[in-house]
Design a protein. Structure first.
Lengths: 151, 326
């Protein structure tokens, strides 16, 4: 695995932004580093909305939010000193199965990423029980790579 | 029973009742509703016409929990006039609300579409309540449900007149075996991408005839997270603790019932309900260690949680074998 081939898994949250900033600081001086910003997209559940229109509207809002985030994250990395051509974005669609964490690991394996960076929300035990923790799952299940968890 | 074909169309409740002669008396003739949007206006003596059938409304369903009755105005107890059979009609009521689980607040939604989908999925499967969904004249999704010929599992367990030791060795293995089958039923939903959404001990019924367990009420949903079935696993754990303990055991109960007994600490209690004891082996030393370990996955000190039903059953099924051999 090439540890300079870096995958940053983001979810358009403040935690993800912190992970990007941390990565930018650490990676910018490192030559030949390549960074992929990965967003695992999961559409909001249709059942939550009264009408198709409301659901589609929410999907569009989230799409725009993610687009803005990825653009901003890209800029943070290049402004820190990473070459423009060394940073790319990728979006992968995910349903309930496999999980977000598994999807990230599949991308990591497939792309030969030797370093995986993710933000951590700092869930309580109860929240982790009910909602699950992507970062915890990545730490437990990642193989052949280094995992950086940024809180 | 009169034929279902109405010649000419019967537009009044009186005419419908006189034609079909339902097995109950009707004191008040109300209105025939083909649009169920304003479900608060639909009450005793009205008829709901949907899906090619007519349903005489007997009243609103009531949820009975913790000694209180909570009316559910969107759920009507009915008789299907064409067949004379009792039915429950759940009318469309899309609602988003906060559900509190211990210190956590989860945003849930009530979804007729979800329940309709699951009813189609489980059609003919006795492990789940049966019914069909139809759209009314306005497009509202009305679920016509068959009443489960059974009684709530929690009431059945609470009514068992036996000390815990006798209950645990003589009755609990069968109860656990049926509960495991009920867990498999939940896994069936999960394997089709659906969650139950509201697993509670009063949503699991015991069939009068077969003694098998039947799940009801699948209209709750919540936003998908990394653990799409976490809430269902939480509910299954609560039921497991209830049937294993033959009830809920709290720190308050223990201090009153057995003040000289073993000290109960926070680590012996539920992760979410800090007064509920899940370390049941401390209260009942004959609870096998392997079974207690399953319960302790739901304790405040647990570091590893069940995320899927197969994970839970991988630990729970061997416990049943141990109990059977005992």
């Amino acid at each position: 695995m090439d540890f300079k081939n870096v995958l940053i898994a983001v979810d358009a949250s403040d935690n993800a932004r912190r992970a990007v900033d941390y990565a930018a600081t650490i990676l910018a001086p490192a030559p030949q580093t390549r960074v992929t910003l990965l967003y695992v997209e999961r559409a909001p559940g249709r059942d939550h909305f009264e009408t198709d229109e409301a659901w589609l509207n929410q999907c569009r809002l989230e799409h725009d939010r993610v687009f803005d985030f990825l653009k901003d994250a890209h800029a943070r990395l290049t402004e820190a000193g990473l070459p423009e051509e060394a940073v790319q974005e990728r979006k992968v669609l995910c349903s309930a199965e496999p999980s977000i964490a598994q999807t990230i690991l599949d991308v990591q394996q497939e792309g030969g990423y030797g370093t995986l960076i993710v933000g951590r929300r700092g869930l309580t035990k109860g929240e982790e029980f009910l909602f699950g923790s992507v970062s915890t799952k990545l730490v437990h299940n990642a193989k052949n790579c280094a995992v950086w968890v940024v809180q | 029973m009169p034929e279902a074909v109405l010649q000419p169309p019967l537009l009044s409740v009186r005419a419908l009742v006189e034609h079909f002669k339902p097995p109950v008396g009707v004191g008040t003739y109300g209105t025939v509703f083909t649009d169920t949007t304003e479900f608060m206006s639909i009450s005793y003596g009205d008829v709901i016409k949907v899906g090619g059938a007519h349903y005489l409304v007997l009243g609103d369903e009531r949820e009975r929990r913790f000694g209180m009755e909570d009316p559910k105005f969107w759920v009507k107890r009915c008789i299907e006039l064409e067949s004379g059979q009792y039915r429950i009609l759940k009318l469309e009521f899309q609602e988003t609300f906060d559900q509190h689980i211990g210190p956590l607040t989860i945003t849930c939604h009530r979804s007729a579409a979800k329940e309709a989908r699951i009813l189609r999925l489980v059609a003919g499967d006795a492990r789940f309540m049966q019914g069909q969904a139809h759209r009314d004249e306005r497009g509202n999704l009305v679920r016509v449900l068959e009443r489960v010929a059974g009684r709530r599992l929690d009431l059945n367990v609470e009514d068992i007149h036996a000390d815990h030791r006798s209950y645990f060795f003589e009755l609990y293995p069968d109860i656990l075996e049926r509960f495991i089958r009920a867990c498999h039923a939940i896994h069936f939903l999960h394997s089709h991408g659906e969650s139950h959404g509201d697993i509670r001990r009063d949503h699991l019924y015991v069939d009068h005839a077969t003694g098998e367990y039947c799940w009801i009420d699948f209209d709750y949903g919540y936003d998908t997270t990394e653990n799409p079935f976490g809430l269902d696993l939480f509910g299954l754990g609560n039921i497991l603790a209830f049937i294993t303990g033959k009830g809920v055991h709290t720190t308050q109960d223990r201090s009153q019932d057995d003040p000289a007994g073993p000290a109960i600490t926070e680590s012996d209690c539920s992760l979410f309900f800090r007064h509920r004891i899940v370390n049941l082996r401390k209260l009942f030393p004959y609870v096998p260690e392997d079974l207690n370990r399953v319960l302790m996955h739901y304790s405040a000190t647990a570091e590893v949680y069940y995320e899927t039903v197969p994970e839970l059953l991988a630990d729970l099924e061997p416990c049943l074998h141990t109990l059977r051999r005992a």
